[in-house]
Design a protein around this ligand. Structure first.
Ligand SMILES: *Cc1c(COP(=O)(O)O)cnc(C)c1O
Length: 411
């Protein structure tokens, strides 16, 4: 039997396992919008899915397909579809799989734009019940007869709550519900949601997998665990002989061909190059985050630190069981005597920016920016104080990072 290669080796050598032009070390950029055929029958077969091939760029391109293969290996899935952004990936799942009247149970601690998307869905006839997903009993209480799927994130941003991932997986298996896990904050290097029986895994490739803040992208991976024959909303045309592929086929057709959430070849290339060093960057960023969290927790100017790696974190033990490390995102509340804007303005290496998962350390005052639109009431219910600062920790030299925070505290 062929020896199974490790995480990073497998990504590095994925492209060259199939025929690649001129022995190129990277999958080339295929920028063509359309693909020409000499044989009309072959063209017809490609359209009907009977032959491998490409028809029109909106439905995918070979460069994006090479990235799909890499993400699929990382997540150990049975298939992966890539999209132009993480939000396009989440939107495609909802567009492809929900019908009028279907209900969603979602974690109330969600990426802000996902929260906003779910409110949009509510206006289109798909009600969403938001629950505290750190407690499986509350998730179960949210289920109705119309519930179609459960949606959670691994580590929530900005307060770093960790969903009760294994128990929710067992609940979904027992009730026959689709279990969608957004793995962006952990990345497949720290955690594979198939370990907790997730049906579909979302990654915003924009964040840790790309890692350099130079390309947007998203993905949906089918873990092969969900039984699609039990899912009411698959169209007859997508019910091929392999039942395991029904869901992803419908997501690909609706999300790319019909909705146009396509990942361009150039972006796919950038993301694939980033993916090669995911493990190295993640090790360094997680170690930096742990050091920074410990440093902040010891400072008198800091009222609270939220980081799963600290003993004080309510799901510290759970994070240790599930994840290979505690992630690279933390948040903290300054003592109200310090103005959080003045503090942020004194930072010299840290960039004031809304992204996360960049190589550079980024910080943002949450209530005044990404959670502003949500309003004070919802913010309070999510535990977001006015002085909360989110830090996406990068790969800088540790001493420089700690020194920057130290000088910004003392002014
Ligand atoms: C950023 C992010 C997304 C959306 O990804 P984009 O590529 O920015 O659209 C979705 N989920 C989580 C958890 C994220 O952090």
């Amino acid at each position: 039997m062929k020896r199974k290669t490790g995480f990073t080796t497998s990504i590095l050598h994925a492209d060259r396992e199939s025929v690649i032009e001129h022995g190129s070390l990277h999958k080339p950029l295929h920028l063509s919008v359309a693909y020409g055929y000499r044989d009309a029958r072959e063209l017809a077969n490609v359209f009907q899915g009977k032959a491998q091939g490409y028809a029109y760029g909106r439905q995918g391109n070979p460069t994006a397909a090479a990235l799909e293969e890499k993400v699929n290996r990382m997540e150990d899935g049975i298939g992966t579809v890539c999209f132009g952004t993480g939000m396009a990936a989440i939107g495609a799942i909802m567009l492809a799989l929900l019908r009028d009247g279907d209900h969603i149970v979602a974690s109330s601690f969600l990426f802000g734009n996902t929260n906003s998307l779910f409110n949009t869905l509510a206006a289109h006839g798909n009600e969403v019940t938001f629950v505290d997903a750190t407690d499986v009993a509350l998730v179960e209480a949210g289920i109705r007869s119309e519930t179609r799927l459960i949606f959670v994130e691994t580590i929530a941003n900005p307060r770093t709550q960790i969903a009760d991932l294994s128990h929710i997986g067992e609940l979904c298996a027992r009730r026959g519900l689709l279990y969608v896990v957004d793995n962006t904050m952990t990345s497949p290097y720290l955690f594979r949601p198939n370990a907790v029986k997730a049906s579909l895994v979302v990654n915003a490739l924009t964040k840790y997998i790309g890692g350099h803040g130079n390309a947007l992208g998203g993905s949906v991976t089918d873990t092969g665990i969900f039984d699609w024959t039990r899912f009411a909303n698959i169209q007859d045309t997508y019910k091929g002989p392999k039942t395991a592929l029904w869901g992803l086929t419908q997501i690909r057709k609706k999300g790319l061909r019909d909705w146009g959430g396509t990942l361009a070849a150039e972006q796919a290339h950038h993301l694939a190059v980033g993916a090669e060093t995911l493990s190295l960057r993640m090790d360094r960023a997680c170690a930096n985050a742990m050091s920074l969290a410990q440093f902040l927790a010891a400072r008198p100017e800091v009222r609270a630190v939220y980081y799963p790696g600290l003993d004080s974190h309510p799901q510290h033990a759970l994070a240790g069981e599930l994840f290979a490390a505690y992630g690279a995102l933390l948040s903290f509340e300054l003592d109200p005597k310090l103005d959080c804007f003045d503090f942020l303005n004194r930072l010299q290496h840290v960039v004031l920016s809304s992204n996360l998962g960049d190589n550079r350390t980024l910080a943002i005052p949450v209530a005044h920016t990404i959670y502003h639109e949500m309003g004070a009431v919802r913010r309070a219910s999510m535990g977001i104080a006015d002085s909360l600062i989110r830090v996406s920790v990068g790969i800088e030299d540790r001493e420089d990072l700690l020194a920057d925070f130290a000088q910004a505290m003392t002014g």
